[in-house]
Design a protein around this ligand. Sequence first.
Ligand code: FMN
Length: 438
Amino acid sequence: MKRQMHINLFIQSRGHHEASWRHPGASKLPLTDIQYSVDLAQRAEKSLFDSIFLADVLGLWNDVEKTPFNWLEPITTLAALSMATSRIGLIATASTTYTEAYNLARQFASLDHISRGRIGWNIVTTWSPQAGSNFGGIGQVSHADRYERAEEYMSVVNGLWDSWADDAVIDDRAGGRYADRSRVRPINHDGVHYKVAGPLNMPRPPQGRPVLVQAGSSDTGRSFAARHAEAVFTAHLEKTTAKAFYSDLKRLAGEYGRDADHVVILPGFSPVIGSTEAEAKRYAEELNELTDPEIGRQRLSLRFGGHDFSHLPLDRPLTVADFPDPSENEAARSRTEVFVGFVREHHPTLRQLLAKLAGARGHFTFEGTPEQVADLMEDWLDDGAADGFNLMPPVLPQMLDAFTSEVIPLLQKRGRFRTKYKGDTLRSHLGLARPERA
Ligand SMILES: Cc1cc2nc3c(=O)[nH]c(=O)nc-3n(C[C@H](O)[C@H](O)[C@H](O)COP(=O)(O)O)c2cc1C
């Protein structure tokens, strides 16, 4: 039997293209209307996606006049989506740097109970410089410190989720005994950054622990993922870097004594789908005509922690010397490595680079027919670049609908995607075991 792929729907703004919000194929609903997220999650569930995913940036970007890069808070949104869906997995981002560990453990345990075992946590350390000024005014925590804290954070939250044994609740009403106290333990964590006594004030989540998802791909991010992540989101502009990332992360997971199959790698994929290749390309051009390169320039600056690119002309070919060294970037390190790698390889002008990034912020973009999209997905799966995809439709819902109606049936016919859900939890969709209580 051929290997099947996993598909997650990444819901953001009115689509992942920078100009999606202005496109006629985008939803007419306000981004603060929960019905918008409900409609998309239900469409993804109908098409048997593994999960939906919501990002979070903890601050308002300075381009709000020209782009709606804001949405409802993800944890509360997942509670609503839990009640509007019944099978699909639900993943939300939350920050290890700016969230109290006890709160985060409670909220995700609570969501896992509410959804009956369908929750994943996208662990981020938060790269965006604005976040630092919104949380205690401490400024941005350095890249190295963020990951160091995150490491300790994981032992706190995993300890809290494990603080109740699965059989701790007796609920013997006649006998008058609710819980077996000997099956509930404190964690007494006394570390460098965190002091948390525990136990959690809630029984163990249905999945044991929420599925741990991670999305940082720098060297430090990779070793963090290799130790903790069960699913990994990653951004690549080209298959070659996706393949290198895939084999490196699987190898690292093995070195940490983990089963590499239990680290599901999902690169971002943003296809524009048309009934002919020319039609898809026309749609992409229409979208690009709606963009403003100055917004792209601001976003590029943000990824490099505020670096000034204002002097760069739009139409001269770029070289690596036009960019700061990504390995010294305190913001979105691996994403800037992707950008600079692309410049090294292709020497685009700034205008061309910004047009490329407008599609999906540095994730893989593609224009083609449903057959071409399905071929590409199969190729990445078979060629060691992916275990599945983080689908990032450029326009929501129009390009999601094109994908579900045209591409999903092809993948199913080719034996590459499920034709029904086999289980009810996110762990079962992703083929992950329920963790034992440590
Ligand atoms: C698909 C995807 C989604 C992400 N979502 C978020 C997010 O919601 N919030 C955030 O702060 N960072 C997000 N990131 C960024 C990473 O978590 C990470 O902060 C960034 O890549 C910098 O870490 P690194 O230097 O290890 O790569 C996302 C990355 C990817 C690939």
